[in-house]
Design a protein around this ligand. Structure first.
Ligand SMILES: *Cc1c(COP(=O)(O)O)cnc(C)c1O
Length: 385
């Protein structure tokens, strides 16, 4: 086996385009110089388009979780009541952050593998009318569910001024997001998922409604004080030393997304999801989620007659291909395939072909080639490149 080939099909970190790797290898520059400001001035409008907002998208040197914590410490006051939608491990993380800051936290808990519904929101607000913020996960990476953020937000807006805070780490850049139009207040993402970069940047966009609250919020914060980042970014600077190499990469990655066209980027992810799902349906291997709840960036598969962990070992050992296992209550029960960012239909055909071999080796009863064939047919349905 080739020793330097890695085929990453996990839901983040995701593969990096060669042109992005090269951009990140540029010599270091001074972070207070004109080149850094010029770079930020190019990045700012492009990031806004990906988030669907006129607001600044703040860039913190941190992993995605710092973005989630920044949302909590900036926008929630110590004794506020909040609602967290928990549809998997990342919803739990939002709830854990809130509890860490002694915030009164109510939960909507869905069965793992199912999306939250508008009536869940209605019931929660009827039971707790004083909710000041609602936290939700756009793509719940642990289950492959895409929560209907637009619909949930509309329901919240119709009954409350509560801030709507969205974890979009594993789908923004791969799935359409219209922060302003949908009335979202804080939207968080990270660099290592659909943005085609290594981990290390957290992105956070903030609405006027949220700034209002942030400016009056006594909760202490220092590095995570979003106002500092905002005041600097509008002048094309940063309050602290930015991860310049990652910014070189971000500029290139955003350029690639615009060259392809954001609409086409989203259509590609949708097609990757459909190819993947049709393959497992044809193979007779159950998917964790229903079609209506499925995320275009990650697919969870729940085998009935073979061991997901054996499959993962075969893929890694024989093809240097990594898929992810299950988290928490889904450990050893599912495997998850990332198809976000730098991932093409050809990559998925490769992944499905290798996975079929791994299923056979793990003892699953399948007809070799039937998954690839279904994915090929799905590809042809939408084909024009
Ligand atoms: C990856 C991910 C995060 C961020 O995790 P970090 O390891 O802190 O970058 C947050 N939310 C979701 C939904 C994710 O998939």
């Amino acid at each position: 086996m080739l020793t330097d080939q890695q085929i990453l099909r996990i839901p983040g970190p995701s593969p990096i385009p060669p042109s992005v790797s090269l951009a990140m290898a540029q010599p270091m520059i001074g972070h207070r110089g004109q080149s850094t400001s010029d770079m930020l001035s190019v990045i700012r409008p492009k990031l806004k388009r990906v988030f669907g907002t006129e607001q600044e998208v703040l860039i913190l040197t941190a992993s995605g979780t710092a973005g989630l914590e920044a949302a909590v410490v900036n926008a929630v006051a110590p004794h506020d009541e909040v609602l967290v939608i928990v549809s998997g491990a990342f919803g739990e993380r939002f709830a854990d952050i809130c509890k860490t800051y002694n915030i009164q936290t109510h939960l909507i808990e869905t069965e793992w593998g199912k999306a939250a519904t508008v009536s869940d929101i209605t019931e929660a607000f009827e039971a707790h009318p004083n909710i000041r913020a609602v936290f939700m996960t756009y793509c719940e990476t642990s289950t492959g569910v895409l929560n209907p953020v637009k619909e949930l937000a509309a329901e919240i807006r119709s009954r409350s001024e509560a801030l709507i805070i969205v974890d979009g780490v594993s789908c923004i850049g791969g799935v359409e997001t219209r922060m302003d139009e949908w009335g979202l207040d804080i939207v968080v993402s990270g660099s290592q998922k659909a943005f085609m970069l290594p981990a290390g940047l957290a992105f956070i966009a903030v609405s006027d409604r949220a700034w209002n609250k942030i400016e009056r919020n006594p909760q202490p914060r220092f590095y995570l004080d979003l106002k500092k980042h905002q005041d600097n970014l509008i002048k094309d600077t940063t309050p602290f030393t930015p991860a310049l190499s990652l910014l070189f990469g971000l500029q290139k990655a955003l350029e690639l997304m615009e060259e392809e066209g954001l609409v086409n980027v989203y259509a590609r992810h949708d097609r990757l999801m459909k190819m993947t799902r049709s393959a497992f349906k044809a193979l007779g291997v159950p998917l964790l989620t229903e079609d209506k709840d499925a995320s275009p960036t990650v697919t969870a598969v729940k085998p009935a007659d073979f061991d997901a962990e054996v499959l993962r070992k075969v893929l890694k050992g024989e093809f240097a291909m990594e898929v992810a296992g299950g988290q928490k209550i889904l450990a050893n029960k599912i495997f998850r395939i990332g198809h976000m960012g730098y991932c093409s239909p050809a990559d998925m055909l490769q992944a499905i072909a290798a996975i079929e071999i791994a299923i056979a080796k793990a003892g699953g009863e399948i007809q070799l080639g039937s998954g690839v064939r279904a994915a090929q047919q799905e590809y042809l349905k939408g084909a024009n490149g």
